[in-house]
Design a protein around this ligand. Sequence first.
Ligand code: GDP
Ligand code: K
Ligand code: MG
Length: 271
Amino acid sequence: MSITIALAGNPNSGKTTMFNDLTGSNQHVGNWPGVTVEKKDGRLKANKDIIIQDLPGIYSLSPYSLEEVVSRNYLIKEKPDAIINIVDASNLERNLYLTTQLTEIGVPVVVALNMIDIVKKNGDIIDIKKLSKALGCEVVETSAIKGIGSKDAVEKAVALVQSNAKSVPQHTFSEPVEDALNRISDLVKDKINSSSIRWYAIKLFERDKEILKETSFRTELQQQIEDIIVDCEQKFDDDSESIITNERYTYISSIIKQCFKIKNKSRLTTS
Ligand code: GDP
Ligand code: K
Ligand code: MG
């Protein structure tokens, strides 16, 4: 039986480099249906039963750019068996914005801390164990350009699939937001696959148009959800999408504080 592993990450994080390292010449290149965004998949050099899917580079799972729509539809609707989230470890904070969303969709995630060669050269230190715990998923160091760690990332992803493991996001939003998300989850739990319930609750809270269209709940239920959202927005005096975004940035910076030690602090201010 074949296993499909998707490579997801920010633009220029090293997805294509890792894809080439893993698949060699066993590649198929085309377009995603209906759009001129390149689609590349291939089979693992070492095991042809493992399919690697390269995805367009994205900064978030909000459906604003064509790349985000393509990547998100693939991850949510076609659902790979696992995701390797390629992270540019030399830009950790910015890259984790996507990571925290990927762990919410109910597919096992392995974070590949790519460009670890640059981090080490700078003398910075990332505490892998703490990061793994804070994110609720496996974390491996990789240097795709040097062919280091990529296979390890795949092995970890395959092990997660075979043990039927799920990534369980460890971050929580503030209490009023969690309360709203729990109430939304309760309202829709009979209608949505339990492994994706958190993703749907957050997206419904954000009034994500695609998700509203896809779920197309009856008017009464939509109104109940809307009441929960408005109640929370009044507490924050902000719109629901901004509330989620701001809280994501807050807990990402707390993760960075726990897990990342920069060697030369002056580099942050001079560059
Ligand atoms: P993509 O946009 O995510 O597909 O990223 P690419 O695979 O095109 O890589 C972006 C750039 O980063 C290229 O110049 C790569 O050679 C370089 N790169 C990829 N992986 C590494 C790595 O592990 N270390 C270093 N130093 N450079 C890398
Ligand atoms: K690129
Ligand atoms: Mg690429």
